[in-house]
Write a protein that binds this ligand. Structure first.
Ligand SMILES: [Zn+2]
Length: 264
């Protein structure tokens, strides 16, 4: 192994093979902690952390989701679904999704409403986003789950940076984990999904795999609650986004990967 590390796909396959597999949220959250999930878009909470959120609800642990962007970038050319209608739809889908996972959609989810594909990475807009996340998060219950910084989507990278910047303002015992969504394509290519050059990451990966087999049915319902992303609900934007089958298959594996954020 070189000092520079190994390609991200190799690194992720090692994580999927070698990280401890736990079936109880205690291993992640400690004896009484909860989870804050920072989702770049409405659907990432379910794709990356649906099993975790369902496990929290089942165990009576506090769980909260903060969605960073408004999701309006998925179908920018639909005339039937102009921006405001699409944003409202995507918020409703996210609330339905967290309800499927056992959370209270009136209490346990907040929306920062930042522009999709333009989540800030620096400057005063970034500082404002960090402050908005702190307000929307409320009291942070123990562990924060942010998108993986190497996910090949700028909103995901930016959302990681926002969560990482907020971390020092939360209680010192707060732990930050990263969950990969689109970065999984480095290890499991998704047809039609272009990838940038693979980053090099230091071995070994650190983190945990959470066994979510018993929550998969709820996770599947939560993902499918995002009807605008998984079905033909929006018919008049042929270039509009639809979650690829290969990405859904990755999301519906019986474990979720939570990486120690500073480890890679
Ligand atoms: Zn996303």
């Amino acid at each position: 192994m070189s000092e520079a590390g190994v390609p991200a796909g190799t690194w992720l396959r090692a994580a999927e093979r070698d990280l401890p597999l736990v079936d109880d949220v205690v291993a992640l959250l400690g004896p009484d902690g909860g989870a804050l999930v920072v989702a770049p878009h409405p659907d990432d909470e379910s794709l990356g952390c649906g099993g975790l959120l369902a496990a929290c609800a089942a165990a009576g642990r506090p769980a909260r989701v903060v969605v960073v962007s408004d999701g309006a970038g998925s179908h920018p050319r639909s005339r039937a679904w102009p921006r405001d209608r699409l944003v409202a739809q995507r918020q409703a889908e996210a609330r339905a999704a967290v309800a499927e996972l056992g959370l209270d959609p009136a209490r346990d989810i907040g929306f920062l409403g930042l522009s999709d594909t333009a989540v800030p990475m620096a400057g005063t807009a970034f500082d404002a986003a960090v402050a908005a996340l702190r307000r929307a998060a409320g009291p942070v219950p123990g562990c924060v789950f942010a998108p993986w910084r190497h996910d090949p989507h700028r909103d995901h990278t930016a959302s990681f940076a926002i969560a990482a910047a907020a971390l020092p303002t939360w209680p010192p015992e707060t732990r930050l984990f990263a969950y990969p969504v689109w970065g999984l394509a480095f290890a499991h290519p998704i047809p039609g999904f272009p990838l940038p050059p693979e980053p090099l990451l230091p071995m070994p990966p650190r983190g945990l795999r959470l066994d979510v087999a018993r929550h998969l049915a709820a996770k599947r319902r939560a993902v499918m609650a995002h009807a605008s992303q998984v079905s033909g609900l929006i018919e008049d934007d042929p270039g509009g986004f639809r979650l690829p089958e290969a990405a859904l298959a990755l999301a519906f594996r019986p474990f979720e990967l939570f990486l120690e954020a500073e480890a890679g």
